[in-house]
Design a protein around this ligand. Structure first.
Ligand code: PMP
Length: 353
């Protein structure tokens, strides 16, 4: 604690991301994609050093936003880009959620939301998940006076996804403030709310190149919404740095968006592996929550979460364990390659056998 820190900073509890080990481990703890990015990304990288590195990036990221607009079937003025969706979320908190009223949020969700709430002095009104570990959209909508609503679809770390109809029902009830749907994992089998942005001017959808596009190292995320909302984000962003993302991120992002074949094959593979992993875990007696993301949340009736986590770690396999009362018995396992999942299952057979 330092005397130089402002009161808000003294209260901060920073988000602690999953371990990024230096040793060779089977790494199934931070929901990265196990497959390489699209082949066009390599070509884009080669051109980059000679043609682009010495120049400032385009301050409007026009070509990246145009490529995203085409992919998502919206106008490029409806797209905002940032350094990972974490940064986009931070701007959204500043632009939309600082209203002196609580922000409605599921009690179990992405752990960065409380970090930003803390940082920007936003009070959270937390709504428990229902008995099936699903986000209670009814309760989110019922909140009362509020600064906004935020939830992830699919949710993290449960993996459950709501249908578009459920999200639309929420949007019909919450019209006065921004409803932010975080779709970091949407490409692994959920329906995207981007289809609704032209009908609901208060809907903001965020997403990322980190998961289904295999580019977590690049730090590229985006938001889609009405021009009014994008303008709000842009005002916050311009107060920090007039360049939205660097030229490398733009070039690589566009190359990744172009290769739809690679994208489809890769996500199909992750989905198939997820379903096979679920069956195999159930075969060992695990309870596995249904997931539409690139991870599963699972627990065993006879083996406690912390022991399973430690047993796997000893065998060179890293998964995610959350040290919170509700999730303490669970493991969140990222879907890796077929070989990685075989190693995981072999280790679990030994530990649970
Ligand atoms: N939203 C959710 C729900 C996530 O799990 C993550 C990744 N940890 C993010 C957003 C942020 O992803 P990135 O900053 O890599 O775009």
């Amino acid at each position: 604690m330092s005397q130089y820190w402002s009161p808000a900073v003294r209260e901060l509890t920073p988000y602690v991301p999953g371990e990024q080990p230096r040793e060779q481990l089977v790494k199934l703890n931070t929901n990265e994609n196990p497959y390489p990015p699209a082949p066009g990304v390599g070509e884009a990288l080669r051109d980059y050093a000679t043609d682009h590195l010495r120049l400032y990036p385009d301050p409007t990221s026009a070509s990246l936003r145009a490529a995203l607009a085409e992919t998502l079937n919206v106008h490029s003025r409806q797209i905002f880009v940032g350094n990972g969706s974490d940064e986009v979320l931070a701007f959204a908190f500043q632009a939309f959620f600082c209203h002196n009223a609580p922000l409605d949020v599921p009690a179990i969700t992405y752990s960065f939301y409380p970090v930003y709430a803390n940082l920007y002095g936003v009070e959270l009104r937390k709504h428990p998940l229902n008995a099936q570990w699903e986000v209670d959209t009814q309760a989110l909508a019922d909140g009362g006076e509020r600064s906004g609503v935020i939830f992830a679809n699919p949710n993290a770390p449960t993996g459950h996804a709501h249908s578009l109809a459920t999200i639309e029902a929420l949007l019909q009830r919450v019209t006065d403030r921004v409803v932010l749907v975080d779709e970091a994992y949407v490409d692994f089998g959920a329906e995207s709310a981007v289809a609704l942005v032209n009908r609901y001017p208060n809907l903001l959808v965020t997403s990322t190149f980190s998961k289904s596009r295999s580019l977590a190292g690049l730090r590229l995320g985006y938001a889609v919404g009405s021009e009014e909302l994008i303008d709000g984000l842009q005002r916050v962003k311009d107060s920090f740095n007039s360049y939205p993302v660097d030229s490398l991120a733009s070039l690589v992002g566009i190359a990744a968006l172009k290769d739809t074949e690679h994208f489809e094959a890769c996500r199909e593979h992750v989905i198939t592996t997820r379903e096979r992993t679920r069956q195999r875990l159930e075969g060992l007696g695990f309870e596995v929550l249904p997931s539409k993301a690139n991870f599963v949340l699972t627990q065993h009736p006879e083996h406690a979460g912390p022991q399973l986590f430690a047993g796997l770690r000893e065998r060179g396999i890293l998964v995610r364990h959350f040290n919170t009362p509700e999730l303490n018995n669970f493991l969140r396992i990222t879907i890796g390659t077929d070989d990685e999942m075989d190693s995981l299952m072999e280790a679990l057979e030994v530990i649970c056998g």
